[in-house]
Design a protein around this ligand. Sequence first.
Ligand code: ATP
Length: 657
Amino acid sequence: MQNRDVVPNSPSEKCDCSLASGNLPRRTESFGTTKAFDHQTLGIWDLYIEKPSIKWHIPLCPFLADKTRFIDDLQYLWRAIHDLSGPLLLARLAVSAALALSPAASLWFTGNFLRLVQATINDGELDGPTLVRLMCGRVACSLAQCLLERVDGWLYLAFDDFVKRHYSRYAFKHVARIDVPTFMDPSVSQRLDAVSLRYGFCTVGRTLDSLLRSGCSIIVLFTQVSVLAAILREQGMGSTLGFLTCFCHLVVCALTQMELSNSSLEGLAYAATTRNEDYVKMEGLKQLVSDREHRQEIVVNGLGPYLSRQFLELSCRLGNRAGEFWSHFLIYQRKTNHAIHLVKWFAGELPEIAFILIVSQKLVNFPMALAAFTLTQSAAKNLRLNLNSIFQQTGDFSSQLSNLRAIYAVSEIENQVVDGTEDLNPNRDGVSLEFEDVSFKYPGSKSYALRHVSFKVQTGQLCVIVGFNGSGKSTILKLTARIFDATEGTIRINGCDVRRLKLDDLRRSMAVLFQDYSLFPVSIKDNIALGNPNHATDQDLINEAARLGGADSVIRRLSDNWDTYICRPDSVHDVIRIQHKDDDGAIDRELRRMTGTQLPQGLSGGQQQRIAVARTFMHTLGRDTAVGLLLFDEPSAALDPVAEHGMTPCSALRPHW
Ligand SMILES: Nc1ncnc2c1ncn2[C@@H]1O[C@H](COP(=O)(O)OP(=O)(O)OP(=O)(O)O)[C@@H](O)[C@H]1O
């Protein structure tokens, strides 16, 4: 194993093995980073890893590292508490606080037992009533703790459920309103990933829970230390030992955290690669025989025996140099942690060494010193648990607050397509559409999808747009519906710039079928009904839309007719396959029978298109709808000639090419 300082200077140098010679300067800004990297050779692996800075694990340290950010994030915490305030939160706080105080109460009773024993030894007489009082108090304390733990468990689940429900509604509302260019924006995608609509917002629950636990751990810590100090004050030796034990446990905790963070790559930039051709080829062969897609070729070419021979040869050549990166990495980390481990061991043993030394000096006090030491040790065990959880929870705290910020930040995402203020009053005779010198680049694209396009479609006119693939026909539809805004030029509806029109009015005035339409993961009926949310429960209109789109005959043939799902999002089929000789999918079939779920319903491309066309027609139906513009992008691309012939002609329709 070798260890050298490496700083990549240029892309080519970065990949060059000569980097390992360590001749390059230690620090460079050529990639915009001032970080220095170590190069480790681990078996056949080259690991380039950022030099870790020494992390002192003092609780609250993460806050001090980025104070401004932390203070800024606190407002989201306050907002969350405000949003979630109610009887459930209050009950949770009260029970947690009571639970946090209970270890100190138990310790107080135990300490008083110790005092009673000391008094009995000194006076030669036992104070019976005090003993009974202390015993009853101790038992009551344990019972209360037991009860509170049960209530806390129940409250935890109820509160977690409440938090998930609250934030899933909150995020759903704000995610649903986002427009296409904003949704496509990579920075927005990242922010949306953080709130993961589908996985139930575990993060907020976790953040609040860990906050609560940190608070409780701090209460436990302070109350326990105060009670312990009060009990041991009278015994000079006991308090010395108490202090020493607490201090040593604190050191052990800090070192444990240090050890943990040293053995993890979290937060460090690293890359590992191997240039060993034999290993790379061996991994390729493993993939080749495992992946289903290559099986046909392996069989038809009779590759089985040849591949086995090759694998054996490579494996022999590599011998024990081969190995997963992580197993090498673990060995490497163990070596770096030796020193910490040694100090940790010494800190753990120090209280007992001190006890033996002190007692050997003052043999008279031996029984009391032993009792005090035992009490201190058991209290210290609890302290250590609390310290550990404070270390861990405060370590994660900054990132948890950032999660909270991410959820609230969804409501602050501004749509790129800005709403207009003017009303549009279309009528059923249609609207006019005009493009004046319109050019457009898709977000993130360098080239123009449309360049200097001008045309005019009069009210009630049928316009067919034809052109080569990629000439911008679909883009015209997207700009008309303001899915995107034109980069240059003006688009007018009824003579008014579309940017000035209210988006609601604009979208209500047109029915659009995009070439890249999608069917929703809801029932077929809802798929059509969602074309017109105002009439989503009107079965007559849905029937009519299905008839116009040619989807009625398709729906009649489906197993669940209108209620058929193309893909059910509610079915969980995590079948653990136990390989029996006679299991030819029987377990899967039985589970499906028991849960009443079918295999996903397959629809042909043409059948799917009929559903999508029906949804577009649904938008035009109903007495209060005033669609003046129909935009169809290759509506018959997947239809058979009969269905294509049966399609209703529309005012703006283009054939497929
Ligand atoms: N989301 C996108 N991001 C970047 N560029 C895009 C995007 N969609 C389309 N383009 C580009 O814009 C240009 C016009 O595409 P458009 O889909 O409007 O063409 P089209 O005439 O409808 O093509 P076709 O006849 O194949 O349907 C093409 O060069 C395409 O590569």
